[in-house]
Design a protein around this ligand. Structure first.
Ligand code: UDP
Length: 320
C-alpha cells in the first residue's frame, strides 16, 4: 500500500514511517517541522518508496495531491506536549481542529481511509480508571488551557465519526496513552526524556506536583505495530480504540527508577504545578487504558515493559 502520514517527521510518525517501509509499503510524509525534526527521518530519507514534503497541511493543493496518491492517511500533524499547549493555546486549537478538518474534507473525495491520532488526554480528569473507549470525558473549565487540548482532540474525533456516519468516509480513531521511546524529545515537556536527560547530566530530577500522580507508558514500537495491523482491519472502521500499556507507575517512582538505571547521583526536586506550568494548572491523578477492545480486535498486547523502555531511552540519550 501507499501510506501518507501528516506529521511524519514527528516522534510517532517517523517510527510509523520506518516500520511501514520495513513491511514493504510506500510512504509519503508531510511535516512542517514545528515539533517534528528532520533528524527523525534522516536514516530513511534515501530509501526507495519514501518521499517527504516539508510543508503544512494548510497547503491544501499539496495535501489533496498526497491524499490522492495514497491508499491510507495517518493524520498525526498536531500540537502536542502539555508545555506547548499551555504556552500556545491559540496555535493548539487552530492546528488541531483546522488540520483535521482539511484532511477529512480531502480524504472524503475518494473515500480514503483516515486514521486519526487522538489522545488519552480526552478522558480528562475522570476517576473511572481504567479508561474504556465508551467512558465519559471529564474536562475542566475553559479558562484552564490544558483542557483546550483535550477538547480540540475530542472535536477531531466527533468530526471524524460524523464523516463516517453521514458520508461513509472510513475512519479509525486511535487514542494514545503516553507513548515513549527513542527519539522523543523533552523539549515539549514529556516526562521520560526530561528525567533521563536530567539524570545523565547529574541535574536535579524535576517531579511536578507531589509525584503521586501515575501514568502507564507505552513503547512506540508497540503503538506502531498496532497501527499497521489496524489499518488492515475492516472491523476497526468507525471505531475509537485505546492503544497503550497498563503498567502503572507514580511519577516519583519513575524518577527513582530512572536515577537507578542511569547510575545517577541526581537529587529529586519537587516543583509545584503552578511553577512548572501555570497558576491553577490541573493534572490528572491517574491515567490507565482499558485494552479489552484492541486486544479482542487484533490480539494486541504490549511487548515492552517500563524497564525495557527506560533502558532503550537511556541508551539513546547516552548515544547522542
Ligand atoms: N512531569 C514531571 N516532570 C517533568 C515533566 C512532566 O513531573 O519534567 C509530570 C507531569 O506533570 C505529569 C507526568 O509527569 O504528571 C506526565 O507528563 P507528560 O507531559 O509526559 O505527559 P501527560 O501525561 O501530562 O500528557
Amino acid at each position: 500500500m501507499r501510506v501518507f502520514i501528516t506529521g511524519g517527521a514527528g516522534f510517532i510518525g517517523s517510527h510509523l514511517a520506518e516500520a511501514l517501509l520495513a513491511h514493504g509499503h510506500e510512504v509519503l510524509i508531510l511535516d512542517n517541522l514545528s515539533t517534528g525534526s528532520i533528524d527523525n527521518i534522516a536514516h530513511i530519507k534515501g530509501r526507495p518508496g519514501f518521499e517527504y514534503f516539508i510543508d503544512t497541511v494548510e497547503n491544501e493543493p499539496l495535501l489533496a495531491e498526497l491524499i490522492d496518491r495514497s491508499d491510507v492517511v495517518f493524520h498525526f500533524a498536531a500540537a502536542v506536549g502539555v508545555k506547548l499547549i499551555v504556552e500556545q493555546p491559540v496555535h493548539t486549537i487552530e492546528t488541531n481542529v483546522h488540520g483535521t478538518e482539511v484532511v477529512l474534507k480531502h480524504a472524503n473525495k475518494k473515500k480514503k481511509l483516515v486514521v486519526i491520532a487522538s489522545t488519552s488526554e480526552v478522558y480528562g480528569k475522570s476517576n473511572d480508571v481504567p479508561f474504556r473507549e465508551d467512558s465519559d470525558l471529564v474536562l475542566g473549565p475553559t479558562p484552564k488551557h490544558r483542557w483546550a487540548y483535550a477538547c480540540s482532540k475530542a472535536i477531531d474525533e466527533f468530526l471524524a465519526l460524523a464523516y463516517w456516519k453521514e458520508r461513509k468516509l472510513p475512519v479509525i480513531i486511535v487514542r494514545f496513552f503516553n507513548t515513549v521511546g527513542p527519539r522523543q524529545t523533552g523539549r515539549y515537556g514529556m516526562v521520560i526524556p526530561n528525567f533521563v536527560r536530567q539524570a545523565l547530566a547529574g541535574e536535579p530530577i524535576t517531579v511536578f506536583g507531589d509525584g503521586t500522580q501515575t501514568r502507564a507508558f507505552t513503547h512506540v514500537h508497540d503503538v506502531v505495530g498496532a497501527l499497521i495491523t489496524l489499518m488492515q482491519t475492516p472491523a476497526a472502521i468507525g471505531q475509537v480504540i485505546n492503544i497503550g500499556n497498563t503498567q502503572e507507575v507514580t511519577i516519583t517512582n519513575l524518577a527513582g527508577r530512572i536515577r537507578e538505571l542511569c547510575g545517577s547521583t541526581s537529587t529529586v526536586k519537587f516543583i509545584p504545578y503552578e511553577e512548572a506550568y501555570e497558576s491553577g494548572f490541573e493534572d490528572m491523578p491517574r491515567r490507565v487504558p482499558d485494552l479489552t477492545k484492541v486486544h479482542a480486535m487484533i490480539g494486541y498486547e504490549p511487548k515492552h515493559d517500563l524497564d525495557d523502555i527506560l533502558v532503550q531511552v537511556i541508551d539513546y540519550f547516552r548515544g547522542k
